[in-house]
Design a protein around this ligand. Structure first.
Ligand SMILES: [Zn+2]
Length: 135
């Protein structure tokens, strides 16, 4: 099983390179969500604590889309349009990194679990419980 050893530190970001970050992966656990926006983005969620995420550059290249409750802050690069990380509604105090935007990391090396975001209210507590045991 991968991800049981020491934490991995990897870099990632958007397509054009304007947005760049470093993230510490403590466990290769990621989530795929079927909600209206995640399914269209193809986002693979790695939810990390604030100290495990460092934005290296690109704060000025980011713009933010919100909808519904406007709790989630869907950041994306205004130059290339890629959503490489954001602040999720389920964990507003954490950072949600798109595993597809991490360098040298293959999403298929992650344990992927499904989140039924089409029924968000009914399932979010289960997601939060799983996250507490993960990162
Ligand atoms: Zn970009």
């Amino acid at each position: 099983m991968m991800g049981q050893g020491s934490p991995e530190v990897v870099e990632g970001g958007c397509h054009c390179g304007a947005v760049r970050y470093r993230v510490t992966i403590r466990k290769r656990d990621a989530v795929q969500c079927n909600c209206s926006i995640c399914s269209k983005k193809g986002f693979v969620h790695l939810i990390v604590r604030e100290p495990d995420f460092e934005l290296l550059r690109g704060a000025d290249a980011l713009t933010t889309y919100t909808f519904g409750t406007h709790t989630a802050k869907h950041h994306f690069c205004k130059h290339c349009g890629i959503h490489s990380y954001y602040r999720p509604r389920s964990h507003p105090d954490r950072i949600d990194v798109n595993v597809r935007c991490l360098e040298g990391v293959d999403p298929s090396d992650f344990h992927l679990s499904a989140f039924d975001g089409q029924h968000w209210e009914e399932n979010v507590e289960e997601l939060r419980r799983r996250q507490r045991e993960s990162q």
